[in-house]
Design a binder for this molecule. Structure first.
Ligand code: SF4
Length: 363
């Protein structure tokens, strides 16, 4: 069944979502047009697609491909190695989120180093680091500041607060990435992507406009999406309907405005500036990251020049991250590599595509 005229359908959706949704779900299931390859570039979308069983609701001609949207997965080993080095330094404690602690560097993970006596502490929010630093002025704290546009404002808030509270024993090791350049890289590397599910959380900060511009520039449809199953199906429907055009839709308007969160953008631009960044499996991509501005360099724990990447032997994470291989096509998937015994970063993180394929039994 061919998809119905999209613009008519979208207008209908807004007035009678439930009835149209049934039609849309059927159209997606029975679609028999040209193959459509859709990439999501947000780890939370990757997890939501698996949790909601979205692939099983689609025609085999609609392929969903996970892109480089999991921040832990795209972090190169040089960053982990540097964090381990810092955690072994006298009077220094490395603070990190749960996922990152289990990702292997060149030889070991932060969890391995901790087991051997290194100073590594898991935290649930970067803001905890302020309390720790204030309470223990003789200890130097380093926060592993990893993430996309969504989390960079949180790190900017930490710095802002540290300066206001006169805290000087807290620094960041940054590996911060931005979306537009990596999306251009994916498209220009011959990945045959017909449309993108634009990342909802990132867009909430940056605004929807940057994805509208990308859509025009790359002549590929982009749709900003929420994270519920229904929202994702509507997004996929919109992309399939706009295949071959530079179409753009924001279907997450309750959270994402055209211009984004201006306060957060202002705070980020106070402390950070665009830079080149190294991505696992992709190498160095110009203008795809953020580093601290020169005037705040005293808060940097040595983030510049951390470019080396050594994949664990046999791990295909590099191909998985750019959609060249599905997780279950990696020879180690589910055999040597499982969430309990993760071989590569894509199986460690709950936002990683290998992890999500495994826990949802996705094929
Ligand atoms: Fe790497 Fe494991 Fe994924 Fe294979 S299944 S690509 S080894 S993380």
């Amino acid at each position: 069944m061919r998809l119905l005229n999209y613009s008519m359908k979208l207008r209908g959706l807004q007035s009678d979502m439930q009835n149209n949704f049934k039609e849309i779900a059927r159209a997606l299931r029975e679609y028999d047009g040209e193959e459509v390859r859709i990439m999501e570039v947000c780890g939370t979308h990757t997890a939501a697609i698996s949790e909601n069983g979205i692939p099983s609701m689609l025609s085999p001609k609609i392929k969903l491909i996970s892109g480089p949207g999991c921040p832990v997965c795209v972090t190169v080993t040089a960053v982990i190695d540097k964090l381990i080095e810092l955690s072994l330094t006298e009077n220094t404690v490395v603070l990190t989120f749960g996922d990152l602690i289990r990702v292997k560097g060149t030889f070991k993970s932060l969890a391995d180093a901790k087991a051997e006596g290194a100073h590594v502490k898991m935290v649930y929010s970067p803001l905890e680091s302020l309390e720790l630093a204030k309470a223990n002025p003789s200890i130097n704290y380093v926060f592993a500041a990893i993430g996309f546009e969504t989390t960079t404002p949180v790190y900017a808030t930490v710095l802002d607060e540290a300066i206001k509270r006169n805290i000087h024993n807290l620094r960041l090791l940054t590996s911060l990435k931005t979306m537009p350049e990596v999306i251009r890289w994916v498209v220009n590397s011959g990945n045959d992507i017909d449309g993108f599910i634009a990342p909802g959380h990132v867009a909430a900060i940056t605004g929807a406009d940057i994805f509208a511009k990308l859509s025009k520039e790359l002549s590929i449809p982009f749709v900003v999406s929420g994270f519920k199953g229904k929202q994702l199906l509507l997004t996929i429907y919109a992309i399939v309907s706009m295949k071959g055009t530079a179409g753009f839709r924001n279907l997450y308007k309750e959270v994402v405005s055209d211009e984004g969160n201006l306060k957060a953008q202002e705070l980020v631009s106070k402390f950070f500036t665009l830079s080149d960044a190294s991505w696992r499996g992709m190498g160095k991509i110009p203008g795809s990251g953020m580093i601290l501005k020169d005037e705040y360099r005293e808060y940097d724990a040595g983030s510049i020049g951390l470019d080396e990447d050594h994949m664990p032997k046999g791990c295909s994470c590099a191909e998985v991250l750019v959609g060249k291989l599905k997780p279950n096509e990696c020879p180690l998937f589910g055999k040597v590599c499982t969430p309990d015994n993760a071989h590569g970063a894509c199986m460690v993180s709950t936002e990683g595509s290998c992890y999500n394929y495994f826990v949802s039994g996705r094929k």
